[in-house]
Structures are given as C-alpha cells and as structure tokens.
Design a protein around this ligand. Sequence first.
Ligand SMILES: Cc1cc2nc3c(=O)[nH]c(=O)nc-3n(C[C@H](O)[C@H](O)[C@H](O)COP(=O)(O)OP(=O)(O)OC[C@H]3O[C@@H](n4cnc5c(N)ncnc54)[C@H](O)[C@@H]3O)c2cc1C
Length: 396
Amino acid sequence: MPVWIIEEKCTGCGLCLRACPYGGVEVEDKMARLTDRCTHCGACLDSCKFEALASDLGAEPTPDFSAWRGVWVVAEGRDGELHPVSQELLGEARRLAADLGEDVAAVLMGRSVKSLAEDLVARGADTVYVAEHDELEPYRTLPFTRVLAGLIAEHRPNIVLVGATPQGRDLAPRLSRRLDLGLTADCTQLGIDREEGGRLLQTRPAFGGNVMATIVSPKSRPQMATVRPGVMAALEADPGRSGRVVEVDVRLDPLDLALTIRSVAEAGRRTVNLSQAKTIIAGGRGVGGADGFQMLFDLARVLGAEVGGTRVAVEEGWLPVERQIGQTGQSVSPELYIAVGISGAVQHRAGIMGARYIVAINRDATAPIFEVADYALVGDAAKIVPALIRLAGQEG
Ligand SMILES: Cc1cc2nc3c(=O)[nH]c(=O)nc-3n(C[C@H](O)[C@H](O)[C@H](O)COP(=O)(O)OP(=O)(O)OC[C@H]3O[C@@H](n4cnc5c(N)ncnc54)[C@H](O)[C@@H]3O)c2cc1C
C-alpha cells in the first residue's frame, strides 16, 4: 500500500483531511484513518507537520528519458484535406518544441494521404511520417495503433499530441494502454516545466469543471495529451518551409484486421462548426427564451457571425446541442466572442479560453463573465442587443 499513517506520530490535527480531494481520510479519537475512498494518490503527504504520513510513492527512481526527443502530432486528413485540429496542434507543437529545443514531427496514416505532407510541413512539421496502406482507410483502431506504436518504439518522441476528434478519442487511449503511457484528455493548455527537466504540463478542467488541474506524466514516455479542435492556435501556412517526408513501411498483423467495416453511413452533418467561426454571439439563461435567441440570430446575420450558447440554453430547448459551448460542448477560438446573459461559469469559460476578445452583456455587474471579458456592457440584454443590431446595420 503506497500511503499509510504512522500512528505513534499522528496527533489527529486534521491537516491531511483538508489536503485530500477525495474524502479519503477521516479523524476519529485524535487519530487519522484512511477510508475506502483513499486512492493513495499522495496528495496528503506534504500536509502533515508531524511526519505521520508515509508512502513508498516515489521510491521508484524516475527513468532516464534523455533519449526521448521531439514533439509529435498525430495528423488527420481525408479527401485531400487536413483536419483543422492537426494544423492547430502543429502550432502548439512548435511552441513546445521551441521551449524544449527539439523538433516537430507529424504522423499521417491513411490510404492515399501523402499529398497532405506538404501542408503539414508548411504548418510547422520538420518531419512527416507518411504511412499509406489500403487497410488504413477507413479508420480502425487496431491497424492505426499498430503503426503508431511501431513508430513511437522506433523514434522515441518526447511528446505526442492527438486531436480530441472521434478518431483521436478512440486511438489515444488504445495507444496509452498498449504502450503503458499516461494520457491526459481534453487539455485546454499545455506548457513545459523547465525546473523539472522539461516535463509537459497538461492542464484541463477536473472535478466537474470546478478546478483546472495540471497533470504530468513523470514515469513514462512519450507524454501524451489530446486537445479538442478550436482550442490551440494554428500558425499561418509558410509554403517556403522545408521538411523531410519519410515513407513508412506498414506491416500489419492479421489480428489487426479482425474488425471488418462493411459500410460507412454518414451521420447527419453538423450544420454549424463553431470551432472555426471568427465571430460568435453566445447566449445564456439571461437571453430569456427562444424569442430572445431570435434576436441573437438577427445580430449574427448583420455581423456575419455564428450563434452558440450555454448548457442552460441547450437544456431549455432554445438552441440545438451542437451549438453548446464549454467543457461538454465545443471549444471555440473566435476573434470576437459576445456573451449575452451568460454568468461565466467555469465550465462555460473552459470552452472560450481561445477567444481573442470577449464582450460580455449582463445586467449583474458582479457576474464572473466580467472577470474574463475585455469589454463589459452592464444592462438588460433585451435593450442592448437591438441597439447593437441597429448600430451594426448602420455601419454595414
Ligand atoms: C460537469 C458539468 C459540465 C458542464 N458543461 C457545460 C458546458 O459545456 N457549457 C456550459 O455553458 N455550461 C456547462 N455546465 C453548466 C454550468 O455550470 C452553468 O450552469 C452554465 O454555464 C450557466 O449557464 P448560463 O450562464 O446561461 O446561466 P446562469 O448561470 O443562470 O446565468 C444567467 C446570467 O444571465 C444574466 N441575466 C439575467 N437576465 C438578464 C438580462 N435581461 N440581461 C442581461 N443579463 C441577464 C444573469 O445576471 C446571469 O449572470 C456544466 C456543468 C457541469 C456540472
């Protein structure tokens, strides 16, 4: 058991109780006791002033990872087009690689995808590994895992970034299991901890979105994270960039092909892609109802914008679910985000951190949305929005 209490030293002061996020400690008769909820995470260890908590956590030495170098992006492309999240991840990979003094590589898998390699180089890849094979189209978990796991074993990248698309959400956990790696899903921010030998800091909402947790993977390489579309900023394509394109010899095992896809049916297409919108008007409970949202659509029309909203707006039936923004909706990064009648709950804010400018309209001057807004309009949305429509109409 990695965490235990040394009874002779425990005073029952309760400091460990406060340090535990899981309710894994209780104090009875001036003695701390671990409960069934203890996960042995070690969060309590530093809280004890009496050295009454002990652990064999950390007894295992951290392996030497100096041979693991490079920031990789698992790219997605189909029908001659790169998925926007691949371009965004390359932008982020360049920033991380610059901090580490390492290179950026992209991995492209599919039947006939080589034509996309140039775009990946233009967007920031120094090397593109292209794995082409008839069995890599359409996507299936096992063949993709085989190819990627093989490349990782051969080249030993330090970091692997995967888009949190339906494909990425399927592939990354399987790879994590196959290679026994840590994986942090749906990161909203990535960084490098220079003091700790360049570890990847993977930040994401945790505990129902009430805190932002920064997670590290100290005992395994590569460090792997998924990021949703629209969260990171892509770099402008630079057609003058040069990079290496390496063709991968794809060898699959018959077991990888155990699953046969007989046909692929297109799901009803999303009519709205908020992650790529330049201007978004988003509404919340304060918009007051479907009529209020009609006003937002009118404003969106004159501004050439898209309309989104909070979970409350979706639950009330004022907006379809594909327009929800936030932790359990879409992440967006428009130039301009106008939040109308939105309080600014942490779960909503998690989806708008990439917005360049935020304008908030709220009748409550103390609403948390104003903490992140660049411009604050305090007042009744029912009066301010029509005034904006008139103004935009005159300008336009
Ligand atoms: C696990 C989990 C996941 C979640 N995921 C998401 C998510 O993805 N996206 C999301 O949005 N939420 C999410 N939520 C819900 C989130 O916690 C909030 O409840 C929600 O964002 C609040 O929506 P709101 O701002 O529309 O409503 P409220 O919080 O009720 O705010 C309404 C605001 O409107 C203002 N207002 C009222 N009348 C007017 C008026 N006439 N003019 C101007 N302002 C007015 C009020 O002052 C208030 O600030 C999640 C919650 C959980 C627990």
